[in-house]
Design a protein around this ligand. Structure first.
Ligand SMILES: [Zn+2]
Length: 216
């Protein structure tokens, strides 16, 4: 079942973002302050037999993956509805250059449930604008994935979680990111509840760790 699309966001006149981070020449050693958040008895989601590790729909245009990526940072939108297009508008309204995330996974409101939208940043292999820290490490080197929903109040849908698992497995394999570097926004900054207490971080990490997807 194809749920993936190249949802290139229409890019008009890009606003020069006041929050645009500076490029660094080489990734510094990752600095994490991530709390252990892995219940020991969570059930790992059933694995699909059909996978497309090199799915070109998730590959950036041109196919080149930057060596900058060391981390996947997970978010919720903290809204009931949404899509990449909507969040792109929100972020531009805040003065950012474009959608801050690299991927958005829909919940059936503005895009189909479990539908993965590829943001324009990913196609450009451009830094994110989704996880601010003093050194901006996680914007420079973190792939930002946002699930539509407010998981302080509700839970991600099964289709969202299935899509997220496949996407994160792909990203970890393609970018050689170990599962323990799949982190939540709040665990990095300690300044937000994102992606919400109902987000199943532990089971996602275990599923990624158990992935048979080959490293490239
Ligand atoms: Zn967040």
């Amino acid at each position: 079942m194809r749920r993936i699309t190249l949802a290139a966001l229409a890019i008009g006149l890009a606003i020069s973002g006041c929050t645009k981070p500076k490029q660094k020449s080489a990734p510094p050693p990752p600095v994490y302050s991530v709390r252990p958040n892995q219940p020991t008895t969570a059930t790992v989601a059933p694995r699909q037999s059909q996978r497309s590790p090199g799915d070109p729909a998730w590959a950036p245009r041109g196919g080149r993956i930057s060596p900058r990526w060391t981390t996947v940072v997970l978010h919720h939108s903290a809204t009931a509805n949404g899509s990449a297009r909507t969040f792109d508008r929100f972020h531009r309204d805040k003065g950012w250059d474009e959608l801050g995330y690299h991927f958005v996974i829909g919940n059936g409101t503005e895009t189909p449930d479990g539908f993965i939208e590829v943001g324009s940043r990913w196609h450009k292999q451009k830094h994110g604008a989704h996880c601010k820290t003093a050194d901006n490490y996680f914007n420079e080197h973190g792939i930002g994935v946002c699930l539509v929903g407010d998981f302080t109040k509700t839970r991600p849908t099964q289709r969202q979680l299935a899509a997220l698992e496949r996407l994160v497995e792909y990203l970890c394999a393609r970018c050689s990111i170990p599962p323990d570097r799949v982190v939540s926004h709040g665990a990095v900054t300690h300044k937000t509840a994102c992606p919400g207490r109902n987000f199943p971080m532990g089971s996602l990490r275990r599923a990624v760790a158990a992935s048979s997807m080959p490293y490239y």
